[in-house]
Design a protein around this ligand. Structure first.
Ligand code: SF4
Ligand code: SF4
Ligand code: SF4
Length: 264
């Protein structure tokens, strides 16, 4: 009998406490600004951290409180930046969408191998062993550390063994660029079509010995085509995105190494 009474007392106390907490919660609750709620609802929910904040909600709060500019969210892109601006009634700078690209087309068929690597399937681990097993020490190691960190499944290995990025799936978080030991993956404008897919800055003779598709710094892409957007520095060609791209295809045509590729 005394056990039943004890249970009853505990139950009644629990009810009273619960009621008290519910009342306190209502009374002490801080009203959330509808603008902040709107911002939070507009976020893509990718929580990739590419904006530099812990997740979408943290970034929305930072923009709301004026601690961060709108336009840092790659998955949301220009549409989200504009929406944030209209919710907060502020002007926003809409940045171009950036996506990842692998600046290397070397693979087992066209690139020399220095030794057989039997270590961990991790590019950073392989790079510690004499720069890795690939003859080109500035190229892709193909062990897929970038694939492992990509939150959107945008990176894969193609049939030749090259690492490729699906630009439609890329949310621009930059995690792959941070993990790559050779800085072979870098961000490029989404709309960019023609890219010199090589990262090797060594003189042409050395590049030729290591890889059949590396840039040899011959400058044909720069000098043989009028108004070419390609410029060669330190034996490596790169596209100046700010220049008119009308003659980029012609520059790719004259390249003897065929290392200027068209990104689909
Ligand atoms: S490809 Fe790179 S930048 Fe794009 S989503 Fe994956 S990790 Fe992020
Ligand atoms: S791009 Fe970089 S991280 Fe990705 S497989 Fe190649 S070397 Fe490794
Ligand atoms: S033509 Fe090709 S190999 Fe020569 S510098 Fe330009 S991209 Fe490199």
């Amino acid at each position: 009998m005394s056990v039943v009474i004890a249970f009853l007392i505990v139950g009644i106390l629990g009810l009273i406490l619960g009621f008290g907490l519910a009342v306190a919660d209502k009374k002490l609750a801080v009203e959330k600004d509808p603008k902040l709620e709107e911002l939070e609802a507009a976020m893509p929910g990718a929580n990739c951290g590419g904006c530099g904040y812990a997740g979408c909600q943290a970034y929305a709060e930072a923009v709301y409180s004026g601690k961060a500019p709108a336009g840092l969210c790659s998955p949301g892109g220009a549409a989200l930046a504009e929406k944030m601006g209209s919710i907060l009634g502020i002007e926003v700078e809409v940045k171009e969408r950036m996506v990842a690209f692998v600046f290397c087309r070397g693979n087992g068929e066209v690139t020399k191998t220095d030794y057989e690597y039997r270590g961990m399937g991790d590019c950073n681990a392989a790079a510690l062993l004499q720069g890795g097993p690939i003859g080109c020490k500035e190229g892709c190691l193909h062990l897929g550390s970038c694939i492992a960190v990509c939150p959107s499944g945008a990176i894969s290995k193609d049939e030749k063994g090259n690492i490729v990025v699906d630009k439609e799936k890329c949310i621009g978080c930059g995690k792959c660029t941070a993990v790559c030991p050779n800085h072979v993956i870098r961000m490029v404008p989404y709309a960019q079509e023609w890219i010199c897919a090589c990262s090797n800055h060594e003189p042409g003779g050395k590049v030729r010995k290591a890889c059949q598709v590396g840039c040899i710094g011959c400058k044909m892409c720069e000098t043989k085509v009028a108004d070419s957007p390609f410029k060669v520095e330190s034996f490596l060609s790169s596209n100046d995105w700010n220049m008119d791209q009308s003659n980029a295809a012609a520059a790719a045509e004259v390249c003897p190494q065929k290392c200027i590729v068209r990104r689909s």
